[in-house]
Design a protein around this ligand. Structure first.
Ligand code: HEM
Length: 473
């Protein structure tokens, strides 16, 4: 331990994971350790040390100013087994990772900026959401379920070019069940321990990670491979026009084959890229949206201010579009504050150093785990006084304009910062602004949605019912 920055004393085999699991969802132990040991300390996940970077300033010194040093990943053995090797983007490193990251970013950027495809696809889902919710006006409705379907349709449209309409409900239900099982699995104490401290976890009773991986892997990948086959059958290689990510990838695959560099753009990598984009794009955005609606419903004065702003700037019966974003500072402040309070990833994703380096005076070897502790930064009371209080006004300045606060980093920081940030921001804005422009949301007979985070290690979608009234039209 002496070679690493000081931190909490690890217990053999489990390291420091017990407080993280006990103090769900995990923010408080990290905040406590940052106060006790400083903004750079060591946290042990089972037998592996991770250097935690717990302040914005230290993240800038490391992840930003020396970005290339912090881009590697340590792949967990169970995910390598699930994927069938080192594939995808979230857990790969080096040239392979940077090639696919560049390709995915430029493809998404092309959809967003070049052709406005992204906004069109999202607005289509906003419209569909209205159609479904309008059918239950005045009754208690499962709003999160409607939001979930919409977000799943957006990501599926972007990756595979189609939405789950009536004819695809069976296929969609199968995927939903799989995601549900995955979420529930990671809420299990055994699986958490097994993932991070296998020596102990393997001995606990109940289904093992290996059992679950073997059971579910085929179900997931058969969906992605059948999509790839469908695309290959229909694709027109004679034009450079692309409508979705899978099509863009297959065309790039052909270009690479012509250069005889086939391994980089294999089908297995495409299936894993789709898996990563699908999962990362669905669960994060869905969770943030459901919590945002839940926060607003708990603060009627916030909903009132949203309505006043929308009435002033947008007016009656039209969609809010990205062109209106800069004229709606209060909605932007509500989304910022929701993202800060949702604080989706108490631990964030793990990185590793690409070379020997020095962190806070400590010599650190290549391949050492490092984590940008974004949840601690977003709960720093010096930047965000009374940090657990939901207060969108903290993002509004004296002139009523949106205040930029650097420490708001829900998408993380550095070269592996969220790749879907542009898409996510667009979805959050278009869904929240249009939802509250159309409806007033009131609590069901059970009261406003609970804002308690009880699950271990993560933040999960809020489940609640709401009664909606149409504001106009
Ligand atoms: C509100 C929504 C979202 C939030 C809060 C969020 C947050 C994050 C965070 C914190 C990371 C980890 C960055 C790090 O390693 O330091 C990440 C990575 C990632 N996100 Fe998101 N994300 C969101 C939506 C999306 C969407 C819509 C997509 C897909 C289009 C996406 C795709 C990814 C991918 C692929 C990575 C891994 C990037 C890499 O390792 O290079 N995310 N995200």
């Amino acid at each position: 331990r002496r070679q690493y920055p000081p931190g909490p004393i690890p217990i053999p085999f489990v390291g420091n994971i017990i407080p993280m699991i006990w103090e769900a969802p995990g923010y408080e132990c990290f905040r406590r350790w940052t106060k006790k040991y400083g903004d750079v300390y060591t946290f042990w996940l089972g037998p592996t040390p991770y250097i935690m970077i717990g302040s914005y300033e230290s993240m800038k010194e490391t992840f930003v100013k020396d970005g290339d040093t912090y881009t590697d990943k340590l792949q967990m053995p169970f995910t390598e087994k699930f994927r069938g090797g080192k594939f995808g983007i979230i857990e790969t490193s080096g040239h392979f990772w940077s090639t696919h990251r560049r390709f995915a970013i430029s493809t998404l950027r092309d959809f967003g900026l070049g052709k406005d495809l992204m906004q069109q696809k999202i607005l289509l889902e906003v419209e569909e959401t209205f159609r479904v919710l309008d059918e239950g006006l005045g009754e208690e409705q499962d709003v999160p379920n409607v939001v979930y379907n919409a977000v799943a349709n957006v990501i599926n449209q972007i990756i595979f070019g189609y939405r789950f309409d009536e004819s695809k409900q069976g296929e969609f239900q199968k995927l939903k069940d799989l995601i549900d099982i995955q979420e529930k699995s990671f809420l299990s104490f055994k699986l958490c321990i097994q993932a991070f401290a296998p020596e102990i976890g393997n001995w606990l009773p109940g289904k093992s990670l290996d059992d679950i991986i073997t059971e579910k892997r085929e179900d997931y990948y058969s969906f992605f491979y059948s999509q790839i086959d469908n695309h290959r059958r229909k694709i027109n290689f004679d034009t450079d026009e692309v409508e979705d990510y899978a099509e863009a990838y297959l065309k790039e695959q052909l270009r690479q084959e012509e250069k005889e560099e086939m391994e980089l753009f294999s089908d297995q990598q495409l299936a894993n890229m789709c898996f990563d984009l699908w999962m990362a794009g669905l669960t994060t955005t869905n969770t943030t949206l459901t919590w945002t609606i839940a926060y607003v419903m708990n603060y009627p004065e916030v909903q009132e201010k949203i309505h006043v702003e929308l009435d002033k700037v947008i007016g009656r019966d039209r969609f809010v579009t990205m062109a209106n974003k800069n004229s709606l500072p209060y909605i932007n402040a509500v989304i910022n504050e929701s993202q800060r309070c949702v604080n989706l990833l108490p631990l964030n994703l793990f990185h590793a150093t690409t070379k020997d380096t020095v962190i806070n005076g400590y010599e650190v070897k290549k391949g050492t785990g490092v984590i940008a502790q974004i949840s601690t930064v977003m709960l720093n009371e010096n930047i965000f006084p009374d940090p657990y209080c939901f207060n969108p006004d903290r993002f509004i300045d004296e002139d009523g304009k949106l205040k930029k606060v650097d420490e708001l980093i829900p998408f993380s920081i550095g070269k592996r910062q969220c790749l879907g940030e542009g898409l996510a921001r667009m979805e959050l804005f278009l869904f929240i602004a249009n939802f509250f422009n159309r409806y007033k949301a009131s609590p069901s007979s059970e009261g406003p949605p609970s804002l308690k985070k009880v699950e271990m290690v993560g933040v999960f979608p809020r489940k609640f019912k709401a009664v909606l009234a149409k504001r106009r039209g």
